[in-house]
Write a protein that binds this ligand. Structure first.
Ligand code: SF4
Length: 265
């Protein structure tokens, strides 16, 4: 594969995403290929424009301005699936949910659940480590108005499908918001999971268990940690904590807490 100036393999078409994702042998390869993806012209233009213009308060920072790969180890039993990076959050820092108010919420909750070693996630190199969980997004590029198109969602879905396939111990998927909920079902179908018909509607607290080639996977619905939800009280910390507590419960008895409170898979 051709590589870009930073050494990331470049993918330019939806068909290329399918091929490149399938051929990714591990998460490191997948993350690098995601980081070099240019398959959605509208999103490529937007993410790079945002990175060039910058928000005034971040004008001295070098924005990532690329797709944002997932975070977390390959032995994760829990996946958290969000919508897409924020223009001045993940698109700036290069780490999923890092550097914005949504990230403040999800990482604090992951820390309370014993899945992160610290409650904050501000920048790469801040010491954050997550255990037992992989955090990803349905769409990897920051979209205008936080609104990817259905075509962009579908183009990006092979990256998520491959990411989940590279988590052999996965037992629970926590989906943040209706967009990710809708995006996940075709991904699971492609991975060989038998899906309920009709597709379950998104709801906070929804719980659906599906069977697939690697056993059962439980999908949990949770309101997205967006400011529209957290500022208005539609999503509260106890509500988020309850979903993550259910996720860790379902993830199995092998989840143990270390001395620092983090979960040991
Ligand atoms: S949204 Fe996904 S498929 Fe589209 S350019 Fe970004 S990483 Fe590639």
């Amino acid at each position: 594969m051709a590589v870009d100036a930073q050494g990331f393999p470049v993918t330019r078409t939806p068909a290329g995403v399918v091929r490149s994702a399938r051929a990714s042998r591990d998460l490191a390869v997948l993350d690098a290929r995601i980081s070099g993806c240019r398959a959605c012209p509208r999103l490529v233009a937007w993410r790079e424009e945002v990175a060039r213009v910058k928000r005034a308060s971040f004008r001295d920072e070098d924005y990532w301005g690329r797709p944002v790969p997932g975070l977390g180890p390959a032995d994760a039993r829990i996946a958290v699936v969000g919508l897409a990076p924020a223009a001045h959050g993940g698109n700036r820092t290069g780490r999923v949910f890092t550097g914005d108010r949504s990230g403040d919420w999800i990482f604090a909750a992951l820390w309370r659940a014993g899945l992160a070693n610290q409650p904050t996630s501000t920048h790469v190199g801040d010491g954050l480590a997550v255990t037992g969980v992989r955090i990803a997004a349905a769409v990897r590029c920051a979209p205008p108005d936080n609104a990817p198109t259905p075509a962009e969602r579908d183009t990006c879905s092979p990256w998520l499908a491959r990411e989940l396939a590279l988590l052999p111990r996965l037992r629970v998927a926590v989906v943040l918001g209706g967009f990710g909920w809708t995006a996940l079902w075709p991904v699971l179908a492609a991975a060989g999971y038998a899906l309920p018909r009709p597709r379950p509607a998104f709801a906070h607290g929804a719980e659906v268990t599906v069977s697939g080639p690697r056993g059962e996977l439980t999908v949990l619905g949770c309101y997205h940690v967006s400011q529209q939800n957290t500022f208005t009280g539609r999503l509260t910390e106890p509500m988020l904590d309850a979903v993550l507590a259910r996720a860790t419960e379902l993830a199995g008895s092998g989840v143990e807490r270390g001395e620092d409170g983090s979960v040991r898979p």
